[in-house]
Design a protein around this ligand. Structure first.
Ligand SMILES: *Cc1c(COP(=O)(O)O)cnc(C)c1O
Length: 386
């Protein structure tokens, strides 16, 4: 029978405790998650600055819907491009210090568009081993030869770049989504320069948060990152993404980016909400970043005192590496029963044997939330054997 493997593969996943399930929440992108039965302290969202439920962002979305309607009505190159998109693009170019920016409906689409549009047969694409699935998959689908370098390892990158190719593109994340560590952007940029390679940075988890909001751009000269990509679904609390760079790069994506051309433009009201979130993150409420950093320090200090196995992360992503899938799920379940929601991350999102709790902190947390989480976590880690 055709497609028999669907059933077999699902059964196999289930038998390995790797079947994923969703929970439909009734509310909560901020401090709390609320399901039908229970309220949880939310330590699993990417809303690092607590903007997803911010009244000013919500008001901007509503105001935008009143003005532009709920949908864009078309693709960007036909009728879907509104003043709201244009204004947001200009703000993004300003905040990133790049010549131009272009919007995408998602980070997945932005990454796919860039790699598909820019790379051809005799090109070389070099990616950090831990890059996001959207980068790896689009790279494999592209016409270029794709190789990976060891995570955050500049020597390994240097070696991979010594191959011959017409054009070389290096892609790294700024802050890695499952480990929370940061790429050595300055060294990577230097290595790219040496090999006449372009550097693309996916700053999904850094933009708005690290480097006073400028993410990886804060550690290099503007031209060092030729292609800067970040999303609006993480620290900005909304959804969507952008690519920033030279006039030429953006014009090229506009003409050749299939994920830009053949899709409905994001609702203008959403662009209004994103612009409001940008102003809050960069100007009006920059204190949110300081608050987040205080909470990160508090979490690490308290967790270390309890001998909780932290990873080397200074960011809002604080994984607790446990290794075993079963133990990760068991501890995740127990924490849920106690009212804490943390991410339980298993292969294939992370390598075999590297299952972990993914704890994310947000400016919307209170210091007492952190203390309660650490105490509960320490107890459950002691209680649930290896
Ligand atoms: C979330 C994420 C993406 C995808 O962005 P979406 O807007 O959610 O599609 C891409 N890259 C990284 C590193 C991410 O964390």
């Amino acid at each position: 029978m055709a497609f028999d493997h669907l059933r077999t593969e699902l059964a196999q996943k289930a038998s390995q405790s790797l079947l994923r399930k969703r929970t439909a929440f009734v509310a909560g992108a901020g401090r709390y998650l609320v399901s039908d039965e229970k309220r949880f302290l939310n330590f699993a969202s990417n809303d690092y600055l607590g903007l997803a439920e911010h009244p000013k962002v919500i008001a901007a979305w509503k105001h935008g819907a009143d003005k532009f309607g709920v949908g864009s009505g078309g693709s960007y190159l036909i009728t879907g491009y509104a003043k709201a998109h244009q204004s947001l693009e200009e703000k993004l170019a300003h905040y990133t210090g790049q010549q131009k920016a272009i919007l995408f409906s998602s980070g997945f689409a932005a990454n796919s568009a860039v790699l598909h549009a820019l790379l051809s047969k005799h090109d070389l694409l070099v990616q950090d081993k831990l890059n996001h699935a959207s980068l790896i998959d689009s790279g494999l689908d592209s016409a270029a030869k794709m190789v990976r370098f060891k995570h955050n390892d500049v020597d390994s990158l240097n070696q991979q770049l010594s191959r011959d190719a017409s054009n070389k593109l290096v892609v790294t994340e700024g802050v890695f989504s499952m480990d929370g560590d940061q790429a050595p952007i300055n060294d990577i940029a230097g290595t790219c320069n040496k090999h006449d390679a372009w550097l693309m940075v996916d700053d999904a988890h850094a933009f708005g948060v690290t480097g006073k909001g400028k993410g990886s751009l804060a550690s290099v000269l503007p031209m060092a990152i030729r292609i800067y990509m970040a999303t609006f679904g993480k620290a900005l609390g909304v959804s969507g993404a952008f690519v920033a760079g030279s006039d030429e790069l953006v014009e090229y994506l506009l003409q050749y980016g299939r994920h830009y051309i053949y899709t409905t433009a994001m609702p203008p009201a959403q662009a209004c909400a994103i612009e409001a979130a940008l102003s809050l993150a960069f100007d009006e409420e920059a204190w949110r970043r300081d608050e987040l950093n205080r909470l990160i320090s508090q979490f690490r200090f308290k967790a270390q005192a309890e001998n909780i196995p932290l990873m080397d992360s200074k960011t809002a992503i604080q994984p607790v590496l446990l290794g075993s899938v079963k133990r990760t799920l068991e501890i995740g379940e127990r924490l849920k029963r106690r009212g804490f929601w943390v991410g339980t991350i298993r292969p294939p999102t992370v390598p075999e044997g590297a299952a972990r709790l993914r704890i994310t902190l947000s400016a919307s947390h209170k210091p007492e939330d952190i203390d309660k989480l650490v105490a509960a976590l320490a107890e459950e880690l002691n209680d649930v054997g290896v």
